[in-house]
Design a protein around this ligand. Structure first.
Ligand SMILES: *[C@@H]1O[C@H](CO)[C@@H](O)[C@H](O)[C@H]1NC(C)=O
Ligand SMILES: *[C@@H]1O[C@H](CO)[C@@H](O)[C@H](O)[C@H]1NC(C)=O
Ligand SMILES: *[C@@H]1O[C@H](CO)[C@@H](O)[C@H](O)[C@H]1NC(C)=O
Ligand SMILES: *[C@@H]1O[C@H](CO)[C@@H](O)[C@H](O)[C@H]1NC(C)=O
Ligand SMILES: *[C@@H]1O[C@H](CO)[C@@H](O)[C@H](O)[C@H]1NC(C)=O
Ligand SMILES: *[C@@H]1O[C@H](CO)[C@@H](O)[C@H](O)[C@H]1NC(C)=O
Ligand SMILES: *[C@@H]1O[C@H](CO)[C@@H](O)[C@H](O)[C@H]1NC(C)=O
Length: 568
């Protein structure tokens, strides 16, 4: 079953603030509990058809795919629920009706019955009548079920903290990969000395040790000069960071986890790693990707890799490891200003300058509430909160830095691109389209973005209108604060995702090819790589100073220092 909690996060990232996350307990009509039940049982049912076995056996099969400790939890869950499943799952049932009988889903008064798979009208009527005449029970919380509880707590913990968990010297750079470690920020080269971290100005010329973790240190015996000085001294090194949301962090749920015909032991192998990174893939994201897809992820991540950081490194090898991904699923202007931004670490005097992208792509207009417009950020609030962030940045960014406000994307493209396509959860019978999927999430009030993921064109258009107002607000802040900060220059740029999708479709591509298939909301690996290229080319054209000069010593650095200590 554990498959499922990840699934909930899809639903949650639009809603939750970063300080607390009660991922199993929101929505109506059963909310996330209902969705978890439906997706898990839906997959179990499809497996049971594929393998000609019972639904309970299908569920056991899912457990078998999972690595420990999820496998054990899944088995406990199956033991707990098996008898009930056998009791309620009759020949006439669909997964939706079974989950209603199991009370994970219910139908509030004056509400329609929520379902993702097709359902016969007669059955719907029966269920609705049955439920209306019975106070709905329990409100079973899946996280209270034996075996699952432990894992829910653990996951909740990961998903509510966004600073490196393992960081002995408190410089916010770690030697551990996940839990906001090196996947997110350059690896520390000495986790016991706070002054030693990626992006530092070299201490004492790095004559004998590497203090800025770029792998360059020592003295050239031929000239008697420090290598840092000789190879990097005039090269104007700088780091790159994103203050962002799930797009910046590169949220990605493997399609193979939700397609009954593709599930296997192999595709679940990296599950623990993926959860420890909050279902995000910063190491392959458009701003901070730093490595090629490794063998480890070939089965669950597909597409080319490119990033601002990789290009900054290619330009100047002295920038090695100087990246920070400060992006959190669900982030919006308020959570950014109130908490998330403080995780960006830069010392105004002792570190190199930085290029910072403030990229909140949509959560300010995205939520799952039926009265969605009342929960959107207003233009006034957008200004207020983005200015708070600038006031913070002026305290931490070294002189010579650059800050880009990135406009919101136009999420109306999602519906256009996906509505009639089949969602992975309907793979066996091709019976679930994204329209069905959107309606279902909206019915449960757990959509990451009811405004855009909506079959009602009026609602989609109004959401786009608000997004444009918020972009306009950011633009105004940039204009009015043009000369307010002495340590960085401030710019506004349109959201590159719109540009990427336009160019892609103009060249004959289809928009869905650049979108995440499971959540139907994010750009996928290919989209991330094209975004990096678009941003880079725009900067090269409009603001080449931002990128700094090409270092003529790059090949010398490579021959002297190899891979400069690598990344992991
Ligand atoms: C499915 O399994 C049942 C017994 O478990 C068997 O009678 C039936 O022939 C099987 N069907 C197929 C298509 O293999
Ligand atoms: C990634 O792989 C591509 C193709 O194999 C190669 O050209 C590129 O140099 C690699 N990049 C890094 C950072 O290893
Ligand atoms: C920046 O570094 C200097 C020297 O190491 C230190 O005194 C100062 O406290 C640091 N500033 C911050 C904000 O950490
Ligand atoms: C934002 O609004 C709050 C409350 O009105 C106010 O105290 C704060 O100074 C404002 N911040 C900015 C940066 O305008
Ligand atoms: C599910 O997997 C099968 C087999 O790989 C594939 O052909 C199909 O397109 C997938 N379905 C979806 C909706 O992704
Ligand atoms: C679409 O949404 C608008 C605004 O909420 C509403 O007035 C309209 O009735 C809806 N249209 C349909 C077909 O549901
Ligand atoms: C290193 O680059 C500088 C310019 O930044 C150049 O003047 C110098 O000749 C280069 N040194 C070597 C060893 O290539």
């Amino acid at each position: 079953m554990y498959v499922l909690s990840p699934f909930c996060f899809v639903l949650t990232f639009g809603l939750i603030s970063t300080s607390h996350l009660e991922f199993m307990t929101f929505g109506t009509n059963g909310g996330t509990n209902c969705a978890v039940c439906t997706v898990v049982l839906g997959l179990a049912e499809q497996l049971s058809v594929i393998h000609n076995e019972t639904v309970v056996k299908g569920l056991e099969r899912i457990c078998y795919f999972l690595p420990d400790p999820y496998q054990a939890a899944c088995k406990d869950f199956t033991d707990f629920i098996a008898a009930d499943i056998i009791k309620v799952f009759s020949r006439d049932d669909t997964v939706d009706t079974a989950c209603h009988k199991l009370s994970f889903c219910f139908t509030e008064p004056y509400s329609e019955m929520c379902h993702i798979f097709p359902i016969r009208p007669k059955q719907r009527l029966q269920l609705e009548t049955m439920q209306r005449h019975r106070p709905h029970r329990i409100g079973a919380n899946i996280c209270d079920i034996p075996g699952i509880k432990r894992i829910c707590t653990w996951i909740n913990d990961i998903f509510s903290k966004h600073d490196p968990a393992i960081d002995l010297d408190g410089d916010f750079h770690s030697v551990y990969q996940t839990l906001r470690g090196t996947s997110w920020r350059g690896k520390d080269c000495d986790d016991e000395r706070k002054a030693f971290h990626p992006g530092a100005k070299p201490i004492n010329g790095d004559k004998s040790v590497d203090s800025n973790c770029n792998g360059i240190y020592g003295v050239n015996p031929a000239t008697g000069r420090d290598y840092e000085e000789e190879l990097c001294g005039t090269s104007q090194p700088r780091g790159v960071a994103v203050l962002g949301d799930s797009i910046g962090a590169h949220f990605h749920l493997p399609r193979e986890w939700f397609n009954a015909t593709e599930m296997s032991l192999k595709v679940f192998e990296p599950l623990p790693f993926i959860l420890e990174n909050e279902l995000d893939w910063p190491e392959f994201s458009s701003t901070t990707a730093f490595m090629n897809n490794t063998e480890k992820f070939h089965d669950v991540l597909h597409g080319p890799i490119d990033s601002m950081y990789m290009r900054m490194f290619d330009r100047n090898h002295c920038n090695h490891r100087d990246y920070q991904n400060i992006a959190v699923n669900g982030a919006r202007a308020s959570s950014m200003a109130d908490t998330i931004q403080f995780s960006l670490k830069r010392n105004v005097t002792d570190d190199q300058p930085m290029i910072v992208f403030y990229a909140l792509v949509g959560n300010d207009v995205c939520n799952g509430h039926h009265d969605t417009f009342n929960h959107m950020t207003t233009a006034e609030e957008m200004k207020n909160k983005s200015i708070s962030t600038l006031n913070f940045l002026t305290k931490v960014l070294p002189k010579g830095s650059h800050v880009f406000f990135v406009g919101l994307a136009d999420g109306a493209v999602l519906y256009k691109a996906l509505s009639d396509r089949v969602h992975p959860i309907g793979s066996l019978r091709n019976d679930v389209t994204y329209s069905n999927f959107y309606d279902y999430f909206n019915c449960l009030e757990i959509s990451p973005c009811l405004g855009w993921m909506n079959t009602n064109a009026t609602i989609r258009d109004l959401t786009t209108k608000r997004a444009m107002e918020l972009s306009e607000a950011l633009k105004e802040v940039v204009t009015s604060h043009q000369s307010s900060f002495s340590n960085f220059k401030l710019y506004y740029v349109e959201n590159p995702i719109d540009q990427v999708l336009n160019e892609w479709t103009k060249q004959g591509g289809e928009a869905w090819e650049l979108l995440e298939p499971v959540d139907g909301f994010h750009s996928n690996q290919h989209g991330q790589a094209l975004t990096a290229k678009a941003v880079w080319e725009n900067l090269e054209k409009l603001y080449p100073d931002v990128l700094g000069p090409v270092n003529p010593n790059n090949s010398k650095i490579k021959s002297l220092f190899g891979n400069q200590g690598g990344y992991l």
